[in-house]
Design a protein around this ligand. Structure first.
Ligand code: 4NP
Length: 157
């Protein structure tokens, strides 16, 4: 029997589009599966430009259309996060490299993994950054996140 919740941290660049959405999608799945008690979920960015901000309004609106509220405030990932979270889940290759660089010893590297590795319906190797694109990009990111988060939960539950 597991004695403590599994801690999952989703990471992107700005922590205002992809990783807050991944956090919201995963939390929504946990609630539907009555597994909220078994996990602690957070998100962070490798960059600091948007620290303190709510998720991008376009991403909040797209998530809300699917019944998902995004409540996070952006923060920058800290080296300590690699110890305090069980799984650090990255959105793209750049995030993966930047997070792994926070642990030069490499002891945490097997717990730092790309989210797209858990997809079953999409073949993308990265979650594309929707920040500079149109509304359709936010929908595509959410489709991808829903697929990947279902796979992630199957793996971790
Ligand atoms: P995110 O998207 O990494 O999915 O939060 C971005 C948000 C902001 C910027 C880049 C990516 N930016 O350059 O400000």
């Amino acid at each position: 029997m597991s004695s403590r919740p599994t801690r999952v941290l989703f990471v992107c660049l700005g922590n205002i589009c992809r990783s807050p959405a991944a956090e919201g999608v995963f939390l929504d799945l946990l609630a539907k599966e009555e597994l909220s008690h078994a996990f602690e979920v957070d998100s962070a960015g490798t960059g600091s430009w948007h620290v303190g901000q709510r998720a991008d309004s376009r991403m909040r609106a797209a998530a809300q259309r699917r019944g998902i509220e995004l409540h996070s405030r952006a923060r920058q990932i800290l080296p300590e996060d690699l110890q305090s979270f069980d799984w650090i889940i990255t959105m793209d290759d750049s995030n993966l490299q930047n997070v792994r660089a926070l642990d030069p010893s490499g002891v945490s590297h097997e717990r730092i993994v790309p989210l797209t590795g858990h997809c079953s319906r999409h073949s993308n190797e990265e979650v594309p950054d929707p920040y500079y694109g149109g509304d359709q990009g936010f929908e595509q990111v959410l489709d991808l996140l829903e697929d990947a988060c279902e796979g992630l939960l199957m793996r971790l539950r």
